[in-house]
Design a protein around this ligand. Structure first.
Ligand code: DGL
Length: 273
């Protein structure tokens, strides 16, 4: 089998915050990014719809030859990953792998907290799935996890409104709601890959004793570790240091916004799923 890029998927731009951290940690590999911007946001969509869209994206990555696909989207990881791993992968491409962002985050997040009280901020889909409650409990059974869904944050970010004063109201409201659920929280995890764009505002409305954790580095370190442990998979991932960007939405729009997430200019191609 010919080596091919590692696929990185998100509903839109958010996964670029994860890709940026992955490229930083593992610059030697080739990457293929896909944002399903035409159908974002996924947060308010049903399980069935997120599963169907994510499966289409995974099939597209496999057609491009990718041996490994990272769902760099908490909503897709929460609503589609397990079903794809258990029901589809064996039939689609038995040697290939699909990984998410919830498990690697849950594996280490307990180590950040001294009080044993953690807050999770995510989309409605991620929060309702209770994936973080279930996964963190497996690794840190004594930790208390409280969640808050922030349905306005992704639209604010996707529409470029996140630095405007109007965004303050929605950020402050959800931080306060979360801390009302548990005032012992000392660690907040940004459980949506879009939220790092709001990190300055989030920190502005969060008491200083609380640390705000972005998933990028955690996911990148976990992938590095995975590839070290799975040399068969690592050898199927091509090493040329290239990055290709694709979107189901308008390319000019994607390129304009994507640079804010990726930290560098981006040139994308439009594809259909
Ligand atoms: N970036 C995605 C996540 O991590 C979701 C954004 C959306 O609602 O599409 O959850």
């Amino acid at each position: 089998m010919q080596a091919a890029p590692i696929g990185v998927f998100d509903s839109g731009y958010g996964g670029l915050t994860i890709l940026k951290a992955i490229v930083n940690e593992l610059p030697q590999y080739d990457y293929l990014y896909l944002g399903d911007n035409a159908r974002a946001p996924y947060g308010p969509r049903s399980f069935e719809q997120v599963y169907e869209y994510t499966l289409q994206a995974v099939e597209w990555f496999f057609k491009q030859g990718c041996p490994l696909v990272i769902l760099a989207c908490n909503t897709a990881s929460a609503k589609a990953l397990r079903t794809i791993q258990q029901n589809n992968l064996e039939k689609l491409a038995p040697g290939k792998r699909v990984l998410g962002v919830i498990r690697p985050t849950s594996e280490v997040i307990g180590n950040f907290s001294k009080t044993g009280h953690i807050g999770v901020l995510g989309t409605k889909g991620t929060v309702l799935s209770e994936s973080y409650l279930i996964e963190i409990e497996k690794f840190f059974p004594a930790i208390k996890v409280s969640q808050e869904a922030c349905p306005m944050w992704v639209p604010l970010i996707e529409n470029g409104e996140y630095q405007k004063p109007g965004a303050d109201y929605f950020v402050k409201q959800h931080i306060e709601n979360l801390l009302q659920k548990d005032d012992k929280i000392d660690t907040i995890v940004l459980a949506c890959t879009h939220y790092p764009l709001l990190i300055n505002k989030i920190k502005q409305f969060t008491p200083q004793r609380i640390q705000v954790i972005d998933q990028g580095k955690i996911v990148a370190e976990s992938l590095k570790n995975y590839l070290q442990r799975h040399s068969d998979m690592a050898s199927q991932c091509s090493k040329g240091g290239s990055i290709q960007f694709c979107s189901t939405g308008d390319s000019a729009d994607f390129d304009e916004h994507a640079a804010n997430f990726f930290g560098k200019p981006v040139k994308s191609a439009k594809i259909e799923l």
